[in-house]
Design a binder for this molecule. Structure first.
Ligand SMILES: C[S@@+](CC[C@H](N)C(=O)[O-])C[C@H]1O[C@@H](n2cnc3c(N)ncnc32)[C@H](O)[C@@H]1O
Length: 250
């Protein structure tokens, strides 16, 4: 009763008394599932009974094989990677391969709606975007191509899909107290979206970890990353086709 009266008064004056971030009420994942997230995201094995024969390998993507991944994985030696923006899995599968060569077996959580970004819906003749969404009854099916690629490359043990928006997945990670050593941001490249992703995901980087992004030459990406770094007192480093921010060690 008192809470609702207070809420009404706050709203009247243009304030909200909602928590800015949801409480971490679900407990820490590190305590719950030997530190692995798959069992918390999926009730069963997402790869079980997958119709692999229907999807020959197709790893079309952008900036997926960048040498920057090799250097950053070697530097950070991650035990958990979060990727925001996975598409057909090119970068996630490449990181899995690099990790294996380094003797690492990180859990790689792939956050994507598999619905494309704005530029995927503006040219119905674009074979790499609109047509590659492979809409069935008006709804994209590219997620299944991603799953097939992971299986073709035998990366099911490392890669876990999280089919959600960057924002909701970010809230979920926060709720479970999830941190990652390496976070790759390659979702929407619109300025507001990139800035929102940086706000959501920077806090999830472990001390000593790295947040890396794609496409420095996109205006939206560059402007958002520069603004975020300035506000946080961070240095943006460019590496090959990527850029990154380092979280100071604790
Ligand atoms: C440039 S592609 C990712 C390329 C990929 N990393 C590769 O190696 O090819 C961008 C992806 O971000 C996803 N995406 C865009 N906006 C998103 C959002 N708000 N939340 C989740 N995924 C998003 C799209 O569905 C698309 O698959």
């Amino acid at each position: 009763m008192l809470k609702s009266l207070l809420k009404t008064a706050f709203y009247r004056f243009g304030y909200s008394i909602h928590k800015v971030r949801p409480a971490i009420s679900a407990g820490s994942v590190e305590e719950k599932d030997q530190g692995r997230l798959r069992g918390l995201i999926h009730a069963g094995d997402p790869y079980q009974n997958f119709p692999l024969a229907d999807y020959p390998e197709d790893l079309q993507g952008w900036g997926s094989q960048s040498p920057a991944f090799d250097q950053l994985l070697e530097k950070v030696k991650p035990s958990r990677i979060i990727e925001v923006g996975t598409w057909k899995g090119g970068s996630a599968i490449h990181m899995a391969g690099v990790a294996r060569r380094l003797g690492l077996s990180p859990e790689i959580i792939c956050v994507d709606t598999w619905l494309g970004a704005v530029e995927f819906w503006t040219d119905q003749t674009d074979p790499e975007r609109y047509l590659a969404l492979k809409c069935r009854n008006g709804f994209p099916t590219v997620y299944y191509q991603f799953m097939a690629n992971v299986i073709h490359r035998n990366c099911q043990d490392l890669i876990t899909p999280f089919p959600q928006t960057a924002t909701i997945a970010g809230l979920w990670f926060r709720r479970y107290g999830v941190k990652a050593d390496l976070i790759y941001i390659d979702g929407s490249h619109e300025e507001d979206d990139v800035y929102a992703d940086l706000i959501s995901y920077w806090d999830l980087v472990r001390p000593g970890g790295i947040l890396v992004g794609d496409d420095w030459n996109w205006d939206g990406v560059r402007i958002a990353a520069t603004r975020f770094a300035r506000e946080q007192g961070l240095q943006v480093t460019q590496l090959a086709d990527k850029w990154y921010l380092e979280k100071p060690a604790a």
